[in-house]
Structure formats: structure tokens, C-alpha cells
Design a binder for this molecule. Structure first.
Ligand code: BGC
Length: 497
């Protein structure tokens, strides 16, 4: 793990009476005590059962069609494609058996224009390219569609790796990290966009068919054999090395979890016999409690939600994931500014911090890690990124405390989701491994320690030994290696049917 330790300052004790009163209220709003966390965990478990028994529930509990467990001996060459966060990645994975693998990959940025543009190229830009027209011609077209951008990236990667003209189609595991209702291991329907993506013409469609069509038009020797959620990939990549893996989580830009369920518990399963008595379930837990029955949603969270591209949806994700935490802190900061409680002195320029999403979650990480007496790093972050100069000591401490509160709440809520999975799966003292990927888990100071703390409160029987029983660990490259493993499982399932 690379995350530094947090240096926590705790509740604010110095400041004007108005500042102290305000911070007192904030402490109450953002603190979730053991009892409340227990209620949330209980509600989470009830929602899991509802989602397993019925279609169209808030916790979608989507069967992934990944049946059974890995042996660690899986081998072969697979392509993996990862779409769902800041970057698009194409990966060539070589599974070597004994839990070992090698990867070669390439990364391309997914711009805001692509994220919110058309899914498919509306003017056939890529066809024009194939016909040998130059960029001046193609630039006259509307924005390039997401799918054709992806196919272009795959095309370039295959050429770089000398795989452009192989005899047999290369199997590709497609990690598409959005809510997809699967109907086969390589088929499904996108039900909603999340994490700031909003491409037109994609909802209700099968992301595999869209991409396969584009690959065919480019004559690329690639066959999409598996459609994978990143949590499912994370679970599998963890399981490749740790056979006692129960669940995979993403705690990064977005948040979600997958775990291994007994077929007999999936009441809504109507598709007959499977090759195993277990199946991986993609929970889509970012949507947990969209009804706001138990989650302590504050006015700052509501403000963020209202201004998001998906108001009312993904509320749990909005409280716990990297895309949003900074914005929640910023909402408190701007509220304090409006009340003259922060940055009011010396004609401070506050235009940057007033801008939507200008306070990034990565700032929170640096601020939380600052253990210096004079909070030099907090000062530096505010100065360099937000042009806030002349910030006094009380203000520095307030900003740091806000980060602690919002960051801790996120980790404790994540703990509630893991505890719910653990209790639901009846994990005993032999314990279970849980693979986690994502920037918050990897880099946010003490995020993991705070999850353990929350879990110890919710699982008192394991409390003294929680780290040895519920073994959280960084699952590297779940989206790449996990997709390759899913493609491999798909192969095995196909052959055994
Ligand atoms: C998506 C999930 C995904 C998670 C983590 C959420 O927004 O709905 O499918 O697993 O982000 O990437």
C-alpha cells in the first residue's frame, strides 16, 4: 500500500464562537456512530436479499454469469479492455498459471467531450479514415463516437504488439464499469451511466454488440468473449492468487462491490442449471439506499446530488467515492464562506474555490497526511491550487477537519457494505480475503484503517483479530487481469456445456 498515514487533528477547539458553533453542527452531521452504522449495515443486508429475489431493486444484485471459482492454474493469452474511469486501457494479459501473469498495456485519456458525446460515430469518421481521407476531411465531422475511439485504440495497440494479422481471433474481456444487466457472460444491457459519463445512444443497448460491430468494421481479429464489471474482475484477480477470496470492491472514482453467492440464494435466477453451485454477483451498491431510508444524507450531499448528471441516483457512491468527496468538502467550505465564517479576510479571492468540482479529492489526501504543527501542506494546497493566500491558522485547521470528517464517513460507510457481505456470506473465524482496487483505497491516508475500525465495531466477534479474519488487500489491475480471467472462465464454461 502506498497510502501515507493520516495525521488527525480532531474536533476544532479554537476559533470565533460562530465558527465553533458551526463546526459543532458539522461534527454531528458527518459523524456516524456505531449504532447508526449498524442500522445502515442491517438495511444493506435486507436490500441484498431483496435484490437477489427480485428484478429491478435498488441494489440490483446482478448475476455476472461467472460461475464457480478459479483454480489459480488458468493459462493463455487474452486481450482486456478497461473503460470506466479516467483512462481507457488496452491490456495484453498472459496468464501463466500458479497465480502468475504478465501484462503489456497502453492507456489513453477519456476526455470530457468523449464522456458526454455520442456513443457511436454519427458521421462515420472512422469509415472515412479507412477510405484514406486525411484529418482535415474528418475534422469536419461531429465529435468522434466513444466506441470508434475505443476501436481505434485497440487497433493501434494490436499494430504495436504485432498482433494485427493473427490467424485466430483474439479473445477479449471487456471491463465496462457501469450498471449492466447481463444476460450472458458476454451480453448485457446498459441501464444507466454513472461517474460523469453520459454518452448518448447507449442506454438500453448492449455495449458488447456496439463494440464488436465497430471492431468488425475495422477488420480487427478480436472477439469479445466476456463482459466484466470492474468489481467482478477485481474479485477474480484477487482469487487467482488468494483462493479464499469472497469479494472484490472498487473504492476509486466510483464505488461498487461483487461477491460469490450460492445459486440457491439467487431467488430471481430463472435460467436453469449452471456449471457450478456458485456465481459472482455484481451488487451495483453505488445505488444503495437511493430512497434515503437510512443514509445520513446532509444538505451538502444533496447539493452535490442535485447538480450531478444523475440526481437522486447513486447516492451511496456519492457519499463514498473519489469523484465526489472533494466536492462535498467544497460545498461545506462555500457554505461557510457565504456565512462569513471562512476566507473573509483581506479581500481574499475565492473565485476558484467557488467553481464546481474545483476542490479535488486528491487535495484531501495531502491535507489529511499533513502532520506539521503549522499545517504547511494544507496552506500550500490552498495557495497553489485554489489561489487562497492569507489563510489563518484556524481556517487551515477547519479545512483539515472537514476533510477528516468527510473522508472518515466514506470509509465507515464502505465498512458497513463489507460487513454486510461478510455476515450475509456467513464467514466464520477462518475468514475471507477481500480484494480492493481504486485510488481511495490505495492512496487516501488511513482509508483502510478506518474501514477496519468500522468493521471491528460491526463485527464484534472478530474485533480483536479483524485484520486476520477479514483480510483486505490491494488487488492490482482487477480490470485488466480480472477481465482476462473472466474471458478464460467463459472459455471453460463454454467447453463444459
Ligand atoms: C458503476 C459500477 C462500477 C463502479 C466502480 C459505478 O459507478 O456503476 O458498475 O463497478 O462505479 O468503477
Amino acid at each position: 500500500m502506498h497510502a501515507p498515514k493520516a495525521s488527525t487533528i480532531g474536533p476544532i477547539t479554537q476559533g470565533s464562537p460562530e465558527q465553533l458553533a458551526y463546526m459543532d453542527e458539522i461534527e454531528k452531521l458527518f459523524t456516524i456512530d456505531t449504532e447508526q452504522l449498524g442500522d445502515i449495515k442491517d438495511h444493506f443486508m435486507a436490500e441484498m436479499t431483496k435484490g437477489l429475489d427480485n428484478e429491478r431493486q435498488t441494489l440490483a444484485m446482478i448475476p455476472s454469469y461467472v460461475e464457480g471459482r478459479l483454480t489459480g492454474q488458468e493459462q493463455g493469452h487474452y486481450l482486456a479492455l478497461d473503460l470506466g474511469g479516467t483512462n481507457l486501457r488496452v491490456v495484453l494479459v498472459t496468464l501463466e498459471g500458479h497465480g502468475k501473469f504478465k501484462t503489456v498495456s497502453t492507456k489513453a485519456k477519456v476526455s470530457e467531450e468523449l464522456k458526454t458525446g455520442p456513443m457511436r460515430d454519427l458521421c462515420g469518421k472512422s469509415d472515412l479514415k479507412l477510405k484514406g481521407m486525411d484529418d482535415t476531411d474528418t475534422n469536419r465531422c461531429v465529435t468522434m463516437g466513444m466506441i470508434d475511439y475505443i476501436a481505434d485504440c485497440i487497433d493501434r495497440f494490436l499494430t504495436e504488439q504485432n498482433l494485427g494479422s493473427v490467424d485466430e481471433d483474439l479473445p477479449l474481456g471487456y471491463t465496462f464499469s457501469f450498471p449492466v444487466l447481463q444476460s450472458k457472460i458476454n451480453r448485457g444491457i446498459l441501464t444507466a451511466w454513472t461517474k460523469g459519463f453520459n454518452c448518448s445512444g447507449a442506454i438500453g443497448k448492449d455495449p458488447v454488440l456496439l463494440l464488436q460491430d465497430s471492431l468488425l468494421r475495422k477488420h480487427l481479429p478480436v472477439k469479445i468473449t466476456a463482459l466484466v464489471n470492474d468489481t467482478v474482475g477485481t474479485l477474480l484477480s484477487n482469487a487467482y492468487q488468494k483462493p479464499d477470496t469472497l469479494a472484490g470492491l472498487i473504492l476509486g472514482t466510483g464505488a461498487n462491490g461483487a461477491y460469490i453467492e450460492q445459486m440457491t440464494n439467487i431467488g430471481k435466477w430463472k435460467e436453469g442449471a449452471t456449471t457450478s453451485h456458485e456465481m459472482v454477483i455484481n451488487m451495483e451498491f453505488g445505488a444503495f439506499d437511493n430512497e434515503r431510508v437510512k443514509l445520513p444524507v446532509t444538505r451538502f450531499d444533496n447539493k452535490l446530488d442535485r447538480k450531478s448528471i444523475n440526481p437522486h441516483f447513486q447516492i451511496f457512491e456519492k457519499l463514498i467515492s473519489g469523484m465526489y468527496l472533494g466536492e462535498i468538502v467544497r460545498n461545506v467550505i462555500t457554505d461557510m464562506m457565504d456565512r462569513n465564517l471562512l476566507f473573509g479576510q483581506h479581500g481574499q479571492a475565492t473565485d476558484i474555490v467557488s467553481g464546481h468540482y474545483q476542490f479535488e479529492t486528491s487535495y484531501m489526501s495531502s491535507i489529511e497526511a499533513d502532520g506539521s504543527d503549522d499545517l504547511a501542506m494544507v496552506r500550500e494546497i490552498l495557495d497553489t491550487n485554489l489561489n487562497l493566500t492569507n489563510v489563518d491558522d484556524v481556517e487551515l485547521r477547519i479545512v483539515k477537519r472537514l476533510c477528516e470528517l468527510v473522508g472518515t464517513r466514506a470509509a465507515r460507510l464502505a465498512a458497513a457494505s463489507i460487513a454486510a457481505i461478510v455476515i450475509h456470506a456467513k464467514v466464520d473465524r477462518k475468514g475471507a480475503d477481500i480484494g480492493i482496487d481504486g485510488s481511495l483505497y490505495e492512496f487516501y491516508p488511513d482509508f483502510e484503517a478506518r474501514i477496519y475500525q468500522g468493521m471491528a465495531e460491526l463485527l464484534p466477534d472478530f474485533a480483536g483479530d479483524i485484520r486476520n479474519i477479514i483480510r483486505l488487500g490491494l488487488a492490482r489491475d482487477g480490470s485488466g487481469v480480472g477481465a482476462a480471467l473472466t474471458a478464460c472462465v467463459a472459455d471453460k464454461m463454454f467447453k463444459s456445456k
